[in-house]
Design a protein around this ligand. Sequence first.
Ligand code: ADP
Length: 545
Amino acid sequence: MIGLMMQQPLLVASLLTHAARHHADQEIVSRRVEGDIHRYRFVDLGVRSRRMANALAALGIQPGDRVATLAWNGYRHLELNFAVSGSGAVLHTINPRLHLDHIAYIVEHADDRAIFFDLTFLPIIEALQARLTTPRLFVAMCDASHMPAGNDSLLCYESLIDSHSSDFEWPLMDENTASSLCYTSGTTGNPKGVLYSHRSTVLHSYAGALPDTFNCSARDAILPVVPMFHVNAWGLPFIACMVGAKLVLPGPALDGKSLYELIEAEQVTMSAGVPTIWQGLLSHVSGQSRAFSSMKRTVIGGAPCPTAMAAQFQKVHEVDVLHAWGMTELSPLGTVCNLKPHQLALPEDARYAVQAKQGRAVFGIDMKIVDPNGKSLSWDGEAVGDLLVRGPWVASAYFGDASSQPLRDGWFPTGDMAKIDRDGFMQITDRSKDVIKSGGEWISSIDIENIACLHPGVASATCIGVRHPKWDERPLLLITRTSGSTLEKDELLAFLDGKLARWWKPDDVLFLDSFPLGATGKVLKAKLREQYGDHYGSSGAPKQA
Ligand code: ADP
């Protein structure tokens, strides 16, 4: 028997309609590329998104067409989320930090009809214009007075808005219609396109707002530091519309000082970003305690959150840390580390040990760990296996790549190695390609990094497996020091004694000024392996510095 409830499709535009109607006066504050702070309300977002939807139709954008952005987090980018997806086209958010070859590749691969860009990215646009063979529309996201001189091929965003009416009805469509497209960062091979649907986006927003996920409400002021070009800012702009939270968008200014000023000026209550961003913010407020007058919590994900970072936020600044795991193919939410009641009473060290885990599955995500034969492993907190997931916001295939069949028996292999404890807390031990294989056993590079970061002289730590004549691979620890630190190898190795299994102890430690970072701010371990792969040579003895 079929239920008798309405068939109302889950559509991205309904998030905007709801926000504009029920939270009309709630603010959206943006730091603009032009340098100033811009503010308006959800009702204004609604009006301008509808104007832009009319402009897109006048430009000939059809349902299903891809419309790309090269843009920071700001109100115009937000408008495009609704104008493009809401009218049935597909918003393709391009990561401007990718190599130009990769950007050109994905523009061609996605066959973007139009590219909207912030002025910061004009050099990328001009380089693309010189390379791309098919004609495309290029729209500068500024007003007429800021239009770049000497390039007649560009359209002006504000002129498009001004010349179109806000009279527009968001079309009803199948909720499985594609809404946006995001390419993985291509740390291995060419980037792959993940094509989200209206349904997956709305369901992901419901799940993201839940108390044990990000706990968002109309009383929040949310600052997504994570860019919209990095998996739709982890869904936060949509979540803010769903719950009516104030949105604070940081534009291009992602340094510690600018973020801190924005957080305080706009009384931000929650934020989200990768660890490298928080390192900048924490060093800006170092020496202070309780530096944040309004911030209650921050989501840290995309890479492991070092325990030392969680402790600094929580103990020094009384800001809760929500350690989260996800990936482009998961829209991106998979797990969030919110403690269960019995864990609240644990001694401090044990609590931090739980928080070092990536957390429990958000409702909607089903996960399991398997051995190399695909056999499920037990959730005992010990067994390590390949992490597989499934759910309504998990990719089932890649865009424009009919030959790739990523699923294994209906499950998506994440490429991460993990263990899961009895409480269902998942902990990533490594990306499968980063795991260190020593004497037939596995060493978790993440565990070693986490412990090294507890030393006050360590700013950041990266551990890689390096070829070894006897053990196949042995760990090499690479460190950047905190400013003023004179930490040396012997002191750090002595510090690790007793905190790691003896055979996990790195055979050598090197001190670097910085690590090579990829387009989403993660350390490029593959590049470090290339550079230091022979460090233990044919004898197994570390090369002398
Ligand atoms: P890529 O880095 O290839 O672009 P994503 O940006 O989608 O891909 O990142 C997904 C990967 O990032 C995950 O598969 C996992 O390896 C890593 N990751 C994400 N969050 C965490 C976390 N909290 N701890 C450890 N690793 C994480």
